[in-house]
Design a protein around this ligand. Structure first.
Ligand code: UFG
Length: 338
C-alpha cells in the first residue's frame, strides 16, 4: 500500500481527495493545522492517520518523513480567501509561500538520502491567470495574477519548476476553476467559515431567516451582466488528483506539469441562482450589489490537456446535479449545527 501525505486533508477539496485515495487503495496520512479544516471531517473519513500540525514546522515534517515511508505528497494546505489576501498579504505569503517552500525544501532534503525524490501534486488555481485576454483559458494562457492569493499560487508553481530542473523533483500543478458541490453520498461537503462562495451563499439565501445574496455587479459584458464561472464538482476534482498521482508514481522520468481542471462551460451568477431555485423549489432572496474588486467577468477554461493526457473524465457535468449535492449537504450541515 502506498503512503500519500495529504496536507490540508481536513479541508474541502482535500477531504474529498482523501476519500478518493481510500477508495483507490492508497493510505492517506493527513497533516492539517485545523485553522480552516475541520476535526469532524477527519472523523467522517474513518480510520485515517491524522497529524494536527503545520507544514511550516520543519521538525514535524521530518518526523513524518521518518515515521512513514511517504510515496508521494498532495499539497492542498493554503489560505484561499482572495479578498483577505489583498488586505492581509503577510498571512498569505507566510502560509501559502513560506510554509509551502518549507515543505518542499524538506522533501528535497529528505529525498537526497533516498533512492528517489518524493513527487508532489500541488493545488494551484485559476487565480494565477488574472484577467485573461482570451477565453477559453488554456495552460499556455499568460499567468498574470491580480491578487495576492493568485501570486502565492504562481510563486509555488515556479518553485516547483525550478526545483524540478535543479533537483529532479517531479510535480503536477492543478489549476482549479470553481470547485463546487459535495460528496454524492452526502458524507462531506463545503464548510467554509466565513463562507464567501456563490453556490453555498445562494442556497443559504433560500431561507427567509438569511440575509439576501448580494450579486456583485450586473453590468459586466456578459449575456445577463453577471460574472461567468466554470464550476467543477469537487468529486471530479478529487479524481483528477488520483490520476495525477498515478502518473507521478508510475513514471521513471521527471515530470513538471500543469493542468487546468474545469468543465469548459460557463454559468453566470443568474444561471446559478436559477439552478438553485429549480433544485430547491425555493426562491433565492437576492439584491444587486456593487462589483467586487478583482472579479474577472468571465473565467472559462479548456481542460482538454487533462482529459487527453490524464484520461480525466468528469462524472457530474450537470450544474443542477452539482447544486443538488451542495443543497443536500447544506441541509445536513444545518441540522448538525442546530
Ligand atoms: N458572487 C456574487 N455574490 C456573492 C459571492 C460571489 O455575486 O456573494 C459572484 C462572484 O462575483 C463571482 C461568482 O459569484 O462572479 C463566483 O464567486 P466565488 O466567490 O464563488 O468564486 P470566485 O470565482 O471568486 O473564486 C474562485 C475560487 C478562488 C479562486 C478564484 C479565482 O473560489 O479560490 O476563483 O478567481 F481564487
Amino acid at each position: 500500500m502506498q503512503n500519500i501525505l495529504v496536507t490540508g486533508g481536513a479541508g474541502y477539496i482535500g477531504s474529498h481527495t482523501v476519500r478518493a485515495l481510500l477508495k483507490e487503495g492508497f493510505k492517506p496520512i493527513i497533516i492539517d493545522n485545523l485553522v480552516y479544516g475541520h476535526k469532524y471531517v477527519i472523523k467522517k473519513l474513518g480510520n485515517v492517520e491524522f497529524i494536527e500540525g503545520d507544514i511550516g514546522d520543519s521538525k514535524l515534517i521530518r518526523q513524518i518523513f521518518s515515521r512513514f515511508s511517504i510515496d508521494a505528497i498532495i499539497h492542498f494546505a493554503a489560505y484561499a480567501y482572495v479578498g483577505e489576501s489583498c488586505i492581509d498579504p503577510i498571512k498569505y505569503y507566510k502560509n501559502n509561500v513560506f510554509s509551502s517552500i518549507n515543505l518542499i525544501n524538506e522533501i528535497v532534503n529528505f529525498s537526497k538520502n533516498q533512492d528517489r525524490m518524493i513527487p508532489i501534486v500541488f493545488s494551484s488555481s485559476c487565480a494565477t491567470y488574472g484577467i485573461p485576454k482570451t477565453i477559453p483559458i488554456t495552460e499556455s494562457t499568460p499567468q498574470l495574477p491580480i491578487n495576492a492569493y493568485g501570486n502565492t499560487k504562481l510563486i509555488i508553481e515556479k518553485v516547483l519548476s525550478d526545483y524540478g530542473k535543479a533537483y529532479g523533483l517531479s510535480s503536477i500543478s492543478f489549476r482549479y476553476f470553481n470547485a463546487a458541490g459535495a460528496s454524492s453520498d452526502g458524507l462531506i461537503g463545503e464548510d467554509h467559515n466565513p463562507e464567501t462562495h456563490l453556490i453555498p451563499l445562494a442556497i443559504m439565501a433560500t431561507s427567509k431567516k438569511s440575509t439576501p445574496l448580494s450579486i456583485y455587479g450586473n453590468d459586466y459584458p456578459t449575456k445577463d451582466g453577471t460574472c461567468i464561472r466554470d464550476y467543477v464538482h469537487v468529486e471530479d476534482l478529487a479524481n483528477a488528483h488520483i490520476l495525477g498521482l498515478k502518473k507521478l508514481l508510475s513514471s521513471d522520468e521527471k515530470i513538471i506539469e500543469y493542468y487546468n481542471l474545469a468543465m469548459g462551460k460557463g454559468y453566470s451568477v443568474m444561471d446559478i441562482i436559477n439552478s438553485v431555485e429549480k433544485v430547491t423549489n425555493l426562491k433565492v432572496n437576492y439584491k444587486i450589489g456593487n462589483r467586487r474588486i478583482g472579479d474577472p467577468s468571465m473565467l472559462v477554461a479548456n481542460a482538454s490537456k487533462a482529459f487527453v493526457e490524464l484520461k480525466w473524465k468528469a462524472k457530474h457535468t450537470n450544474i443542477d446535479t452539482i447544486i443538488k449535492h451542495a443543497y443536500l449537504w447544506h441541509k445536513k450541515l444545518l441540522s448538525k449545527k442546530t
